[in-house]
Design a protein around this ligand. Sequence first.
Ligand SMILES: Cc1cc2nc3c(=O)[nH]c(=O)nc-3n(C[C@H](O)[C@H](O)[C@H](O)COP(=O)(O)OP(=O)(O)OC[C@H]3O[C@@H](n4cnc5c(N)ncnc54)[C@H](O)[C@@H]3O)c2cc1C
Length: 377
Amino acid sequence: MRFQTYDAVVIGGGFYGSVVGRELRRYFDRVLILEQEKDLMQRASYVNQARVHQGYHYPRSILTSLRSRLNFTRFVDEYGGAVVSEFEKYYAIARTFSKVNARQFKQFCDRIGAPVGPAPSRVKALLNPFHIEETFTVLEYAFNSAKLKDLIKAQLVANDVEFQLRSSLETARPAGRSLRLTVEHEGATDTIEARYVFNCSYSHINGVLWRSGLPLIPMKHEFAEMALIDVKEPLKGMGITIMDGPFFATMPFPDRNLHSLHHVRYTPHHSWLDTRDGGYLDARKHFASHRPASHYEHMIKDGIRYIPSLADARYVESLWEIKTVLPRSEVDDSRPILFRPVDDVPNIICILGGKIDNVFDIQSYIGEFLGAEGAAR
Ligand SMILES: Cc1cc2nc3c(=O)[nH]c(=O)nc-3n(C[C@H](O)[C@H](O)[C@H](O)COP(=O)(O)OP(=O)(O)OC[C@H]3O[C@@H](n4cnc5c(N)ncnc54)[C@H](O)[C@@H]3O)c2cc1C
């Protein structure tokens, strides 16, 4: 059993935890990231659609759209080495069941200043006019998660941020003015003392709180399936998103040189809520023990109705993850971020990012929080 001390410990080496760890080095000498997997960024930061949002996706949340517009440029600047821009991107508006029509979508894009134009006729010809009202050309990119991991890892090394892999935070409890953490690492239990803990464990945030006897944060979790498919030309060089309702998107998944297929109706298999009054399911155990039968057949059958040439796609495999959002995202499909010190234990701070590019919003929260705490060295 080892005993270590740090100024700040970050739970979770996803994209958020890694960026948070890097930011914390501005304020502290000794920063440690604990990651339960065998490498950084193996969970939601890998298992996602790889879309660098530019606002188009959120016509029902102007704030999220505008933030996305700003963050898009910044993400492309800062993580350009992981950004894939060499594909055409289209948003097609469904005729029925869409919450916006084509005119409203165009107005919305103009309002947030997002580039939008008519799709070429060769692209419109790929979509079923019976189901699609209008198709627009937009400017949106994808990211290669493996390259993003390499970039952020290099930054951690350059900034002397330590990270321990295969290390699972079990409990974090107050001990005087500090926190005492128990960590499982390759069959052994280590103890760490830290001034601050930043809980960036995404779907497991409440698991850490629960095991530590701390109050939960209301969150919604979805057991999500994203299919990887090999599409034929001309879909290969394209990403197409059908808006805005129970539809789907297929776009490049750069790390595998495949396309993802993500369906609003079939990607979530089931969902549950963590509540303040004790509603809780152990996401770690549930994820480890549960693999439902794939919904791929449903996804592709529905996809073919809108894009008939998807019939030529070859299914490769499904990636699974628990997708976690704040309950208010249910109302307007927004992706707000959470930055919340735990009640009565304010040196444990929980951070949940709704999408990859929101990470820039976190940086200012950290500065404000630690500035107010007078914690800077
Ligand atoms: C199906 C799906 C599609 C999505 N599509 C997009 C998209 O196209 N674009 C976009 O911007 N966003 C998308 N998102 C959202 C995006 O993936 C997340 O917002 C983002 O990855 C969150 O990053 P994170 O670092 O908080 O989470 P994670 O990457 O999950 O990191 C949390 C880390 O904590 C670790 N951990 C958990 N518990 C412990 C513990 N006790 N001890 C140590 N380590 C622990 C985990 O192993 C994990 O590595 C999607 C999400 C899903 C699930």
